[in-house]
Design a protein around this ligand. Structure first.
Ligand SMILES: NC(=O)c1ccc[n+]([C@@H]2O[C@H](COP(=O)([O-])OP(=O)(O)OC[C@H]3O[C@@H](n4cnc5c(N)ncnc54)[C@H](OP(=O)(O)O)[C@@H]3O)[C@@H](O)[C@H]2O)c1
Length: 250
C-alpha cells in the first residue's frame, strides 16, 4: 500500500511519521509513505510535480492549507482540489482523504469556511472514493487566535464554545482513516473538553504566567462570526484523549 501525504506542515509532518511508524501493521508487505508539499516541488495550485508524487499511490491525504484566510482561499481550494482529484484519477488512486473543520458549513460569513466547504463539496462530487475528517480547532491554533486581538493591556475574545483538540490526536485519527476503507462521508473528531474561547484564553495566559486579563468581546476576531455552538460536534464524534490543560503544562 502506498500513501501520499500532500502537505508537510503541522499535521502533514506528524502524519507522515505516524504512518511510517504504523507501516508494519497495515499490510504484510508493509507500506510506503511519501510526503510532498510546495517546498519539495509539488505545487497543487499549478498542478506541477503531482503525477510524480502520486505514482503508484493507493491513498492520498490532503493536509495542505491556503496561505491566506480571505476570499483568495476560495480559489486556492477550488483549484488545488480539482488538480488533486484529476491527478489522482490519472494515477489510479483509490481513496482521497481530506482534513476539514467541524461545523464548517455553518459559518458562511467567513471566506475561509466557505472555501473549506467548497473543498468538501468537490471531494464528494469527485471521481474517487473519499473520506472527510472534520477536526475542531487545534490546541496549537489557540495562541495565534489570541494574538490577533491582543495588546499589551488585555486579550479580547468572544465567548464562542469550542472543543479544541491536540494536533497529535488529529494525526492519530487521520492515520486510522487513511489506512482504512473510504468512509464515503464525514468523521467528526474533537478534544475531550468544551470551553468558551475566553476560558481558553484565561487558561492559556495562566499557563504562560501572563497576567493580562481576558475581556469577553463578542465582536473580536475570527470567531466573532460564529453563531452558537456550531463549531462543537454532535453525537457520534470521535473524542480524543489529550486535555488542553495537560498539554499546556506538558
Ligand atoms: N488550525 C486548525 O485549528 C484546523 C482545524 C481543523 C482543520 N484544519 C485544517 O488542517 C489542514 C492542515 O493544517 P496545518 O495546520 O497542518 O497547515 P500548515 O501547517 O499551514 O501546512 C500547510 C501545508 O500546505 C502546503 N501547501 C500550501 N500551498 C501549497 C501548494 N500550492 N502546493 C502544495 N502544498 C502546499 C505547505 O507547503 P510548504 O510547507 O512546502 O510551504 C504546508 O506544508 C488545513 O487544511 C486546515 O483547514 C485546521
Amino acid at each position: 500500500m502506498k500513501i501520499t501525504v500532500i502537505g508537510t506542515g503541522l499535521i502533514g509532518s506528524q502524519l507522515a511519521t505516524e504512518l511510517t511508524a504504523r507501516g508494519h501493521e497495515v499490510t504484510a508487505r508493509g507500506h510506503e509513505v511519501t510526503a510532498a508539499s510546495l517546498s519539495s516541488g509539488v505545487d497543487l495550485l499549478a498542478g506541477t510535480g503531482l503525477d510524480e508524487a502520486l505514482a503508484g499511490a493507493d491513498t492520498v491525504v490532503n493536509v495542505t492549507n491556503s496561505p491566506t484566510f480571505d476570499e483568495q482561499s476560495i480559489e486556492f481550494f477550488r483549484t488545488t482540489v480539482s488538480n488533486l482529484l484529476a491527478a489522482g484519477e490519472r494515477a489510479g488512486v483509490r481513496h482521497q482523504v481530506a482534513l476539514s473543520i467541524v461545523g464548517v458549513d455553518q459559518v458562511a460569513e467567513l471566506d475561509y469556511y466557505r472555501a473549506k466547504t467548497l473543498q468538501e463539496e468537490l471531494l464528494r462530487g469527485g471521481p474517487t472514493p473519499y473520506s472527510i475528517v472534520r477536526a475542531t480547532q487545534f490546541f496549537e491554533f489557540m495562541e495565534p487566535t489570541m494574538s490577533w486581538t491582543s495588546d499589551e493591556t488585555a486579550v479580547r475574545l468572544p465567548a464562542t464554545p469550542l472543543r479544541p483538540i491536540a494536533s497529535a490526536d488529529v494525526v492519530d485519527a487521520l492515520a486510522d482513516v487513511a489506512t482504512g476503507a473510504p468512509l464515503g462521508g464525514i468523521l467528526d473528531i474533537a478534544g475531550p473538553d468544551e470551553f468558551t474561547l475566553d476560558e481558553i484564553g484565561r487558561m492559556t495566559l495562566a499557563a504562560r504566567g501572563d497576567r493580562r486579563p481576558v475581556v469577553v468581546d463578542d465582536r473580536a476576531g475570527l470567531f466573532a462570526a460564529v453563531r452558537g455552538d456550531v463549531l462543537t460536534p454532535g453525537p457520534g464524534a470521535r473524542l480524543a484523549p489529550t486535555r488542553y490543560r495537560d498539554w499546556l503544562n506538558g
